[in-house]
Ligand binder design. Structure first.
Ligand SMILES: Nc1ncnc2c1ncn2[C@@H]1O[C@H](COP(=O)(O)OP(=O)(O)OP(=O)(O)O)[C@@H](O)[C@H]1O
Ligand SMILES: O=P(O)(O)OC[C@@]1(O)O[C@H](CO)[C@@H](O)[C@@H]1O
Length: 304
Protein backbone atom coordinates (compact mmCIF):
# COMPACT_ATOMS: atom_id res chain seq x y z
CA UNK A 1 0.00 0.00 0.00
CA UNK A 2 1.11 3.56 -0.69
CA UNK A 3 0.75 6.00 2.21
CA UNK A 4 0.95 9.75 1.74
CA UNK A 5 1.85 11.89 4.73
CA UNK A 6 0.69 15.52 4.91
CA UNK A 7 1.68 17.11 8.22
CA UNK A 8 -0.04 20.34 7.34
CA UNK A 9 -3.08 19.74 5.09
CA UNK A 10 -5.15 22.67 3.87
CA UNK A 11 -8.48 23.62 2.47
CA UNK A 12 -7.34 25.36 -0.71
CA UNK A 13 -9.72 28.27 -1.25
CA UNK A 14 -9.41 29.34 -4.88
CA UNK A 15 -10.63 32.87 -5.61
CA UNK A 16 -10.96 33.84 -9.26
CA UNK A 17 -11.19 37.52 -10.15
CA UNK A 18 -10.17 39.77 -13.02
CA UNK A 19 -7.66 41.81 -11.11
CA UNK A 20 -6.94 42.65 -7.52
CA UNK A 21 -6.66 46.06 -5.93
CA UNK A 22 -4.48 45.76 -2.87
CA UNK A 23 -6.02 47.88 -0.09
CA UNK A 24 -9.45 47.99 -1.81
CA UNK A 25 -12.65 45.90 -1.71
CA UNK A 26 -12.42 43.12 -4.27
CA UNK A 27 -15.24 40.78 -5.33
CA UNK A 28 -14.71 37.39 -6.88
CA UNK A 29 -16.10 36.04 -10.14
CA UNK A 30 -15.95 32.49 -8.87
CA UNK A 31 -14.67 30.46 -5.91
CA UNK A 32 -13.80 26.79 -5.34
CA UNK A 33 -12.67 24.77 -2.33
CA UNK A 34 -10.41 21.73 -2.51
CA UNK A 35 -8.89 19.30 -0.04
CA UNK A 36 -5.25 20.30 -0.35
CA UNK A 37 -1.78 19.85 1.02
CA UNK A 38 0.96 18.17 -0.96
CA UNK A 39 0.55 14.56 0.21
CA UNK A 40 -3.22 14.76 -0.20
CA UNK A 41 -2.74 16.04 -3.74
CA UNK A 42 -0.47 13.06 -4.44
CA UNK A 43 -3.25 10.73 -3.18
CA UNK A 44 -5.81 12.48 -5.38
CA UNK A 45 -3.75 12.09 -8.56
CA UNK A 46 -2.80 8.50 -7.66
CA UNK A 47 -6.53 7.77 -7.47
CA UNK A 48 -6.97 9.11 -11.00
CA UNK A 49 -4.33 6.61 -12.10
CA UNK A 50 -6.17 3.75 -10.38
CA UNK A 51 -3.50 3.54 -7.69
CA UNK A 52 -4.92 3.33 -4.17
CA UNK A 53 -3.26 5.10 -1.28
CA UNK A 54 -4.07 6.01 2.30
CA UNK A 55 -3.65 9.62 3.36
CA UNK A 56 -2.00 10.14 6.76
CA UNK A 57 -1.19 13.31 8.69
CA UNK A 58 -2.89 15.68 11.10
CA UNK A 59 -6.42 17.05 10.66
CA UNK A 60 -8.71 19.05 12.93
CA UNK A 61 -11.85 21.16 13.22
CA UNK A 62 -14.42 22.02 10.55
CA UNK A 63 -11.75 22.31 7.88
CA UNK A 64 -10.44 18.87 8.81
CA UNK A 65 -13.98 17.52 8.40
CA UNK A 66 -14.17 19.13 4.95
CA UNK A 67 -10.96 17.37 3.92
CA UNK A 68 -12.14 13.99 5.16
CA UNK A 69 -15.55 14.36 3.46
CA UNK A 70 -13.88 15.39 0.23
CA UNK A 71 -11.51 12.40 0.28
CA UNK A 72 -14.43 10.07 1.15
CA UNK A 73 -16.35 11.33 -1.85
CA UNK A 74 -13.34 10.57 -4.07
CA UNK A 75 -12.94 7.08 -2.61
CA UNK A 76 -9.55 7.88 -1.05
CA UNK A 77 -8.91 6.23 2.29
CA UNK A 78 -7.40 8.19 5.15
CA UNK A 79 -6.28 7.67 8.72
CA UNK A 80 -5.58 11.20 9.97
CA UNK A 81 -4.57 11.89 13.55
CA UNK A 82 -7.27 14.16 15.02
CA UNK A 83 -5.83 17.41 16.38
CA UNK A 84 -7.45 20.12 18.50
CA UNK A 85 -7.00 23.16 16.30
CA UNK A 86 -8.55 23.73 12.88
CA UNK A 87 -6.67 22.60 9.78
CA UNK A 88 -5.51 25.69 7.86
CA UNK A 89 -7.13 27.43 4.89
CA UNK A 90 -4.75 28.44 2.08
CA UNK A 91 -5.73 31.18 -0.31
CA UNK A 92 -5.04 30.70 -4.02
CA UNK A 93 -5.76 33.96 -5.85
CA UNK A 94 -6.19 33.47 -9.57
CA UNK A 95 -6.08 36.76 -11.42
CA UNK A 96 -4.01 37.27 -14.58
CA UNK A 97 -1.28 35.63 -12.47
CA UNK A 98 -1.40 33.27 -9.47
CA UNK A 99 -0.82 34.47 -5.91
CA UNK A 100 -0.76 32.01 -3.02
CA UNK A 101 -1.13 32.78 0.68
CA UNK A 102 -0.39 29.69 2.75
CA UNK A 103 -1.29 29.82 6.43
CA UNK A 104 1.15 28.63 9.08
CA UNK A 105 -1.17 25.88 10.25
CA UNK A 106 -2.33 24.48 13.58
CA UNK A 107 -0.27 23.39 16.56
CA UNK A 108 0.88 19.78 16.57
CA UNK A 109 1.73 18.23 19.94
CA UNK A 110 4.31 15.58 20.82
CA UNK A 111 1.39 13.20 21.48
CA UNK A 112 0.13 13.79 17.92
CA UNK A 113 3.58 12.98 16.56
CA UNK A 114 3.84 9.82 18.68
CA UNK A 115 0.51 8.68 17.18
CA UNK A 116 1.87 9.17 13.67
CA UNK A 117 5.06 7.28 14.54
CA UNK A 118 2.94 4.36 15.73
CA UNK A 119 1.22 4.27 12.35
CA UNK A 120 4.58 4.16 10.55
CA UNK A 121 6.00 1.53 12.87
CA UNK A 122 3.46 -1.05 11.69
CA UNK A 123 4.16 -0.60 7.97
CA UNK A 124 5.56 -3.51 5.98
CA UNK A 125 8.48 -3.88 3.58
CA UNK A 126 6.35 -3.64 0.46
CA UNK A 127 4.62 -0.43 1.60
CA UNK A 128 5.78 2.92 0.25
CA UNK A 129 5.45 6.30 1.98
CA UNK A 130 5.29 9.69 0.27
CA UNK A 131 6.14 12.63 2.53
CA UNK A 132 5.29 16.03 1.09
CA UNK A 133 4.87 19.59 2.22
CA UNK A 134 5.64 21.94 5.05
CA UNK A 135 6.40 20.91 8.60
CA UNK A 136 4.46 22.23 11.62
CA UNK A 137 6.22 24.96 13.57
CA UNK A 138 8.70 23.69 16.13
CA UNK A 139 9.18 20.28 14.48
CA UNK A 140 12.00 21.03 12.05
CA UNK A 141 13.59 17.59 12.36
CA UNK A 142 10.36 15.64 11.88
CA UNK A 143 11.15 14.37 8.38
CA UNK A 144 14.58 13.18 9.50
CA UNK A 145 13.09 11.33 12.51
CA UNK A 146 10.31 9.64 10.55
CA UNK A 147 12.45 8.63 7.60
CA UNK A 148 14.95 7.07 10.01
CA UNK A 149 12.12 4.92 11.38
CA UNK A 150 11.22 3.77 7.87
CA UNK A 151 14.85 3.14 6.90
CA UNK A 152 15.37 0.95 9.95
CA UNK A 153 12.23 -1.00 9.06
CA UNK A 154 13.22 -1.35 5.40
CA UNK A 155 10.21 0.63 4.12
CA UNK A 156 10.93 2.78 1.06
CA UNK A 157 9.90 6.42 0.91
CA UNK A 158 9.68 9.45 -1.35
CA UNK A 159 10.14 12.95 -0.03
CA UNK A 160 9.20 16.33 -1.45
CA UNK A 161 10.47 18.95 0.98
CA UNK A 162 12.75 21.95 0.98
CA UNK A 163 16.33 22.61 2.07
CA UNK A 164 17.63 20.83 5.11
CA UNK A 165 14.30 19.11 5.68
CA UNK A 166 15.07 17.22 2.49
CA UNK A 167 18.84 16.88 2.74
CA UNK A 168 18.66 15.53 6.32
CA UNK A 169 16.80 12.48 4.93
CA UNK A 170 19.32 11.61 2.19
CA UNK A 171 21.26 9.42 4.65
CA UNK A 172 18.14 7.21 4.76
CA UNK A 173 18.15 6.70 0.99
CA UNK A 174 14.88 8.11 -0.33
CA UNK A 175 13.51 6.26 -3.35
CA UNK A 176 12.60 9.54 -5.05
CA UNK A 177 13.25 13.20 -4.41
CA UNK A 178 11.70 15.91 -6.59
CA UNK A 179 13.28 19.30 -6.05
CA UNK A 180 12.27 22.10 -8.40
CA UNK A 181 15.08 24.25 -9.81
CA UNK A 182 14.72 26.89 -7.12
CA UNK A 183 14.92 24.26 -4.36
CA UNK A 184 17.92 22.58 -6.01
CA UNK A 185 19.71 25.94 -6.18
CA UNK A 186 18.89 26.48 -2.50
CA UNK A 187 20.38 23.11 -1.58
CA UNK A 188 23.56 23.50 -3.61
CA UNK A 189 23.94 27.18 -2.77
CA UNK A 190 24.64 28.12 -6.39
CA UNK A 191 22.73 29.43 -9.40
CA UNK A 192 22.28 26.66 -11.95
CA UNK A 193 21.96 27.32 -15.63
CA UNK A 194 21.71 24.75 -18.39
CA UNK A 195 21.15 21.01 -18.27
CA UNK A 196 24.77 20.15 -17.44
CA UNK A 197 24.86 22.26 -14.28
CA UNK A 198 21.43 21.00 -13.20
CA UNK A 199 22.47 17.39 -13.82
CA UNK A 200 25.69 17.87 -11.84
CA UNK A 201 23.75 19.28 -8.89
CA UNK A 202 21.20 16.44 -9.08
CA UNK A 203 24.06 13.96 -9.24
CA UNK A 204 25.41 15.32 -5.94
CA UNK A 205 22.08 14.40 -4.29
CA UNK A 206 22.26 10.96 -5.86
CA UNK A 207 25.72 10.47 -4.36
CA UNK A 208 24.41 11.58 -0.96
CA UNK A 209 21.81 8.79 -0.96
CA UNK A 210 18.80 9.50 -3.20
CA UNK A 211 17.78 6.64 -5.49
CA UNK A 212 16.03 8.74 -8.16
CA UNK A 213 16.25 12.51 -8.58
CA UNK A 214 13.63 14.28 -10.68
CA UNK A 215 14.27 18.01 -11.00
CA UNK A 216 11.14 19.81 -12.16
CA UNK A 217 11.64 22.88 -14.30
CA UNK A 218 8.10 24.30 -14.63
CA UNK A 219 7.25 24.98 -18.28
CA UNK A 220 10.67 23.59 -19.31
CA UNK A 221 9.75 20.08 -18.13
CA UNK A 222 12.11 18.02 -16.01
CA UNK A 223 15.54 16.45 -15.75
CA UNK A 224 15.85 12.94 -14.36
CA UNK A 225 18.88 11.13 -13.02
CA UNK A 226 19.57 7.81 -11.26
CA UNK A 227 22.54 5.40 -11.23
CA UNK A 228 21.70 4.02 -14.67
CA UNK A 229 19.81 6.71 -16.56
CA UNK A 230 19.88 10.39 -17.25
CA UNK A 231 17.07 12.04 -19.20
CA UNK A 232 15.85 15.47 -20.23
CA UNK A 233 12.09 15.58 -20.66
CA UNK A 234 10.60 18.72 -22.22
CA UNK A 235 7.05 19.74 -21.21
CA UNK A 236 4.34 19.26 -23.77
CA UNK A 237 2.83 22.42 -25.28
CA UNK A 238 -0.26 23.83 -23.63
CA UNK A 239 -1.80 26.80 -21.86
CA UNK A 240 -0.77 27.24 -18.22
CA UNK A 241 -3.97 27.49 -16.15
CA UNK A 242 -2.88 26.31 -12.73
CA UNK A 243 0.46 25.58 -11.16
CA UNK A 244 -0.95 24.59 -7.75
CA UNK A 245 -0.22 20.89 -7.32
CA UNK A 246 1.75 20.46 -10.55
CA UNK A 247 4.75 19.19 -8.59
CA UNK A 248 2.57 16.87 -6.48
CA UNK A 249 1.06 15.48 -9.66
CA UNK A 250 4.57 14.81 -10.98
CA UNK A 251 5.36 12.77 -7.87
CA UNK A 252 2.09 10.83 -8.21
CA UNK A 253 2.81 10.01 -11.86
CA UNK A 254 6.25 8.62 -11.04
CA UNK A 255 5.07 6.58 -8.05
CA UNK A 256 2.02 5.21 -9.85
CA UNK A 257 4.27 3.37 -12.30
CA UNK A 258 6.63 1.87 -9.73
CA UNK A 259 7.71 -1.55 -10.94
CA UNK A 260 7.44 -0.55 -14.62
CA UNK A 261 10.29 0.79 -16.77
CA UNK A 262 11.98 3.98 -15.64
CA UNK A 263 10.97 5.59 -18.96
CA UNK A 264 7.31 4.86 -18.17
CA UNK A 265 7.67 6.33 -14.68
CA UNK A 266 9.26 9.49 -16.00
CA UNK A 267 6.73 9.76 -18.84
CA UNK A 268 3.79 9.61 -16.43
CA UNK A 269 5.52 12.01 -14.04
CA UNK A 270 5.81 14.75 -16.65
CA UNK A 271 2.41 13.99 -18.19
CA UNK A 272 0.74 14.33 -14.77
CA UNK A 273 2.59 17.56 -13.88
CA UNK A 274 1.73 19.17 -17.20
CA UNK A 275 -1.85 17.88 -17.23
CA UNK A 276 -2.39 19.63 -13.89
CA UNK A 277 -0.68 22.77 -15.19
CA UNK A 278 -3.19 22.78 -18.08
CA UNK A 279 -6.30 22.15 -15.86
CA UNK A 280 -8.26 24.23 -13.38
CA UNK A 281 -7.74 21.68 -10.59
CA UNK A 282 -5.52 18.60 -10.33
CA UNK A 283 -5.48 16.62 -13.56
CA UNK A 284 -8.06 13.97 -14.37
CA UNK A 285 -7.10 10.60 -15.82
CA UNK A 286 -8.27 11.43 -19.34
CA UNK A 287 -6.22 14.64 -19.35
CA UNK A 288 -3.13 12.74 -18.22
CA UNK A 289 -3.55 9.92 -20.74
CA UNK A 290 -4.01 12.46 -23.55
CA UNK A 291 -0.56 13.90 -22.82
CA UNK A 292 1.33 10.63 -22.30
CA UNK A 293 2.03 9.98 -26.03
CA UNK A 294 3.40 13.53 -26.37
CA UNK A 295 6.13 13.11 -23.75
CA UNK A 296 9.61 12.78 -25.29
CA UNK A 297 12.34 11.27 -23.17
CA UNK A 298 15.77 12.37 -24.35
CA UNK A 299 18.82 10.60 -22.90
CA UNK A 300 21.58 13.09 -22.03
CA UNK A 301 25.29 12.69 -21.45
CA UNK A 302 26.21 11.20 -18.07
CA UNK A 303 27.73 13.64 -15.57
CA UNK A 304 30.34 12.51 -13.06
N1 LIG B 1 3.86 26.12 -17.90
C1 LIG B 1 3.90 24.78 -17.90
N2 LIG B 1 3.71 24.09 -19.06
C2 LIG B 1 3.76 22.75 -19.11
N3 LIG B 1 4.02 21.99 -18.01
C3 LIG B 1 4.22 22.62 -16.84
C4 LIG B 1 4.17 24.03 -16.71
N4 LIG B 1 4.41 24.35 -15.42
C5 LIG B 1 4.60 23.18 -14.76
N5 LIG B 1 4.49 22.14 -15.62
C6 LIG B 1 4.63 20.70 -15.32
O1 LIG B 1 4.57 20.47 -13.94
C7 LIG B 1 5.81 19.92 -13.47
C8 LIG B 1 6.12 20.47 -12.10
O2 LIG B 1 6.24 21.88 -12.21
P1 LIG B 1 7.16 22.78 -11.26
O3 LIG B 1 8.57 22.65 -11.64
O4 LIG B 1 6.54 24.13 -11.30
O5 LIG B 1 6.99 22.02 -9.87
P2 LIG B 1 6.84 22.60 -8.41
O6 LIG B 1 7.56 23.91 -8.29
O7 LIG B 1 7.19 21.53 -7.48
O8 LIG B 1 5.28 22.79 -8.42
P3 LIG B 1 4.28 23.28 -7.30
O9 LIG B 1 3.78 24.61 -7.84
O10 LIG B 1 3.24 22.23 -7.30
O11 LIG B 1 5.05 23.41 -6.01
C9 LIG B 1 6.83 20.24 -14.55
O12 LIG B 1 7.89 19.32 -14.58
C10 LIG B 1 5.96 20.16 -15.82
O13 LIG B 1 5.77 18.80 -16.20
O1 LIG C 1 2.57 25.11 2.74
P1 LIG C 1 3.04 23.86 2.03
O2 LIG C 1 2.75 22.63 2.83
O3 LIG C 1 4.44 23.95 1.54
O4 LIG C 1 2.18 23.75 0.67
C1 LIG C 1 0.78 23.65 0.73
C2 LIG C 1 0.19 23.80 -0.65
O5 LIG C 1 0.48 25.08 -1.26
O6 LIG C 1 0.76 22.81 -1.48
C3 LIG C 1 -0.21 22.28 -2.36
C4 LIG C 1 0.26 22.44 -3.77
O7 LIG C 1 1.49 21.83 -3.97
C5 LIG C 1 -1.51 22.99 -2.05
O8 LIG C 1 -2.58 22.09 -2.12
C6 LIG C 1 -1.31 23.54 -0.67
O9 LIG C 1 -2.08 24.70 -0.40
Amino acid sequence: MIYTVTFNPSVDYVLRLGEIEVGGLNRTDDTEKYAGGKGINVSRVLKQLASDSTALGFCGGFTGEFIKDSLNSQGISHQFIEIEEDTRINIKLKTASETEINAGGPKITETDIESLKKQLLILKNDDHVVFAGSVPKGHDRLYEELTQILYEKGVSFTIDAEGEKLTSTLQYQPYLIKPNLFELEGITGRKLSGDKEIAEAANELLKRGAGNVLVTLGGDGALFINQDHQFRIPSPEGELRNSVGAGDSTVAGFISKRGESIEEQVRYAVACGSATAFSDDLALRKEIEALVPQIEINPIERVK
